[in-house]
Design a protein around this ligand. Structure first.
Ligand SMILES: Cc1cc2nc3c(=O)[nH]c(=O)nc-3n(C[C@H](O)[C@H](O)[C@H](O)COP(=O)(O)OP(=O)(O)OC[C@H]3O[C@@H](n4cnc5c(N)ncnc54)[C@H](O)[C@@H]3O)c2cc1C
Length: 411
């Protein structure tokens, strides 16, 4: 089954990139996934394959030697990777985000001619590092407080100095900690009265003096992301480290909210994997398992039918969301986006639970992937800024209030 449903509707580039991801996933990522999960270790071999296949540069514009993939193309490729290794897809998302924010999103935003020229110079460096150097970027924004939920300025500060900035702060759950070449740090320009409008997005080299990785990493799921804590102690970065001009991230976050839903393709892939596994298991086609078919029992058929219904519902919203992504979405589009993101995250978890119930006890063995999919899928709806709760908060409010509306105070 194709991750995009009907592949006939895809462009040649989409077909080619998804097929590349599918081949890598089937032949390389899926066989390695259990080991990374068991060891909670980073999938360096998968990244070597992503580099070699050209998928690291998927969203680097063509003019800079990349594939120039748009949002829809990227999310389908990411979902296909997630089908085979959730951890690889999730950390890959952090890398590709650096190219999307600085690429087609920045192109759609308002900048002064000076900012545009400065951005062109800085992003050329980013793209060169990826295309020629095969470098990997991550995106640590979470700090454990309200900033990652979009409700306060970042506690990590960038203090302006001659030739650049000095960065100090701490990021939790930083996927690719110790594995990325550059950390794309969201922080606040250190100035009196700074607000969220003063957000900065800086590429901090992993080997810069003052950067360290701390804490252990032994979580329930997504263990191959190695999302340990990053500490920045007075780290100098040059002005060219700006992945966006000063203050532009705030505009980007407001005007291109689909970026926050780039966490869900991974979980679309996991939902697909849960279905793929269940069908193979009930047909007794999982390699290495005894040839005991279970498909003839009506209750199993109902279980798998329920999964298929959920899968199609999830995919329909996933694809709609991919098509909708553009700068300045209207209110309905934004609400559909919350609904899509919420549905993917929650359905991935529900489908892996249903897969286990439908397949039965022996499917729980660690030698099979379903228990890992179950644990990995649990992480999705907890991820900020759009946890399942925050999606519902936003949806509920926006269903009932138009912009600027307030209730009269009740005496
Ligand atoms: C496997 C994995 C990989 C991750 N990788 C990254 C990464 O690469 N980069 C990154 O930046 N983050 C990453 N994260 C972090 C993730 O996005 C969240 O930021 C993190 O899970 C939040 O944990 P928490 O316990 O602090 O959350 P919470 O306690 O749920 O939220 C933190 C704060 O957000 C606010 N908040 C939360 N819920 C609400 C609510 N309903 N209403 C109002 N305010 C609310 C509150 O101020 C709260 O204190 C990853 C997480 C996981 C599980």
């Amino acid at each position: 089954m194709h991750i995009a449903g009907n592949p006939a509707t895809l462009t040649p580039l989409q077909r080619e990139l998804i097929e590349t991801a599918a081949a890598l996933g089937r032949e390389k990522f899926a066989p390695r996934a259990a080991r990374y999960d068991r060891e909670a270790s980073f999938p360096f071999e998968n990244y070597a394959d992503l580099r070699e296949s050209g998928l690291l540069k998927i969203c680097v514009p063509r003019a800079y030697g990349g594939h120039g993939a748009d949002f829809a193309t990227y999310v389908m490729v990411a979902a296909e990777i997630g089908r085979h290794c959730g951890s690889t897809a999730l950390s890959y998302n952090m890398h590709v985000c650096s190219c999307m924010w600085s690429g087609f999103i920045a192109d759609a935003l308002d900048m002064t001619p000076e900012q545009r020229a400065d951005h062109e110079t800085n992003r050329a460096l980013l793209y060169k590092n990826i295309v020629e150097g095969g470098k990997v970027y991550s995106q640590p924004f979470s700090e454990g407080g309200a900033a990652a939920a979009g409700k306060a300025p970042w506690g990590t500060l960038a203090h302006p100095v001659e030739g650049g900035y000095r960065v100090s702060g701490r990021k939790i759950f930083a996927s690719l900690a110790g594995a990325a070449d550059y950390y794309g740090v969201l922080c606040t320009l250190d100035k009196p009265g700074a607000t969220q409008r003063d957000s900065m997005y800086l590429a901090v080299p992993a080997d810069a003096p003052g950067v360290s990785v701390s804490g252990d990493w032994d979580p329930l799921g997504m263990r191959g992301t190695v999302s340990r804590t990053l500490v920045f102690e007075d780290v100098f970065v040059p002005g060219t480290a700006r992945l966006m001009p000063e203050g532009l991230y705030f505009q980007a976050a407001l005007r291109f909210p689909h970026m926050f839903a780039t966490l869900s393709p991974t979980y679309m892939g996991i939902a697909q994997a849960a279905y793929d596994f269940t069908v193979a298991y009930l047909r007794a086609e999982v390699p290495g398992m005894p040839p005991v078919k279970r498909r003839m029992y009506p209750t199993k058929q109902i279980g798998v039918a329920q999964m298929r219904v959920m899968l199609e519902q999830t995919r329909a919203l996933f694809l709609q969301n991919a098509r909708d992504a553009a700068v300045d979405p209207d209110k309905d589009t934004r609400m559909r986006l919350y609904a899509a993101h919420y549905t993917i995250m929650e359905n991935a978890q529900a489908m892996t639970a249903l897969a286990i119930r439908t397949c039965g006890g022996q499917s729980l063995l660690k030698s099979l992937p379903i228990e890992r999919l179950y644990r990995d899928s649990r992480c999705g709806s907890l991820m900020l800024p759009w946890t399942a709760e925050l999606c519902l908060d936003r949806l509920g409010r926006e269903c009932l209030y138009e912009s600027g509306e307030r209730d009269e105070e009740i005496e």
